[in-house]
Design a protein around this ligand. Structure first.
Ligand SMILES: [Fe+2]
Ligand SMILES: [Fe+2]
Length: 263
């Protein structure tokens, strides 16, 4: 049994004058939305409501932009727990949205699990972690400790996904696991960029999740964050990103990408 989902990410609602007509663009009943919807939780939730109005079910993971405080200064709110709680409460008001960080989605033997993923500053081989953190602090206009704190989230998300992968590997009713992260799951998928930029694109730990997938059930890994469309198979896993991005990243005519899940 298989079914189709529409993958979208990095909608960055505040950066586009033209609104997406989700009802007209949809190709599936289920949408997977992999983070970065707006410059703060309230804008992201408003966009999520638009998407939820067009789809039967929406599966959501937060991106790093959900942790910002909005325009005009675009700074981060490093009280991550408070932001997640705000998202959780907002999502609780939209009955057909699943916040994947709190619960997986299971249908027809397919388990969809997801977490933001964040970054650990170790994606780029040979680029010193402390230097990457200093650079990130400069880019985000914050201090070293705040910048470093993303690593904690990266670790937390890694372990949460690991536990779910182990659980669904043991579950004979599950034949396919779909992992959704906002950030890039392995360095082979990084687009060309200076190392300081690449270092904040994902977590070096994520690739180790595959070691816990004894039954080779992970067949899809859907992600976003680096604003580069790609579809690439590595060792039997299809890695796919379909970001809208900034105006400068994508040509006009952004569309959800339909992905058929399952056997
Ligand atoms: Fe983004
Ligand atoms: Fe992002």
């Amino acid at each position: 049994m298989s079914f189709s989902v529409d993958l979208m990410s990095d909608l960055h609602a505040e950066l586009h004058a033209d609104r997406l007509d989700y009802a007209a663009l949809k190709k599936s009943d289920i949408a997977i939305v992999a983070g970065d919807l707006g410059p703060d939780p309230a804008t992201s939730l408003a966009e999520l409501r638009q998407i939820a109005a067009a789809y039967k079910t929406v599966l959501f993971v937060d991106g790093n932009h959900e942790f910002r405080k909005g325009l005009p200064d675009y700074v981060y709110n490093f009280n991550f727990d408070a932001v997640e709680e705000k998202l959780r409460q907002g999502i609780a008001q939209i009955p057909n949205v699943v916040y994947l960080r709190d619960k997986p989605f299971v249908k027809d033997g397919v388990a969809v699990i997801g977490r933001n993923g964040h970054w650990d500053y170790k994606m780029v081989k040979g680029y010193p972690r402390r230097r990457a953190i200093r650079e990130c602090a400069r880019i985000l206009e914050t201090d070293f400790n705040n910048a470093a704190s993303f690593s904690k989230l990266a670790r937390r998300d890694y372990y949460a996904l690991r536990d779910q992968i182990i659980k669904f590997n043991r579950d004979p009713s599950i034949h396919t696991i779909v992992v959704v992260t906002h950030t890039v799951p392995r360095s082979e998928l990084l687009k060309d960029a200076p190392p300081a930029r690449q270092a904040i694109k994902g977590s070096s730990q994520m690739r180790h999740l595959l070691q816990y997938d004894a039954g080779k059930k992970i067949k899809f890994w859907l992600f976003g964050h680096q604003h580069d469309s790609r579809k690439q198979e590595i060792d039997g896993v299809l890695y796919h990103e379909n970001p809208r991005g900034h105006n400068r990243d994508t040509a006009k005519g952004y569309k959800p990408s339909a992905v058929r899940l399952g056997a």
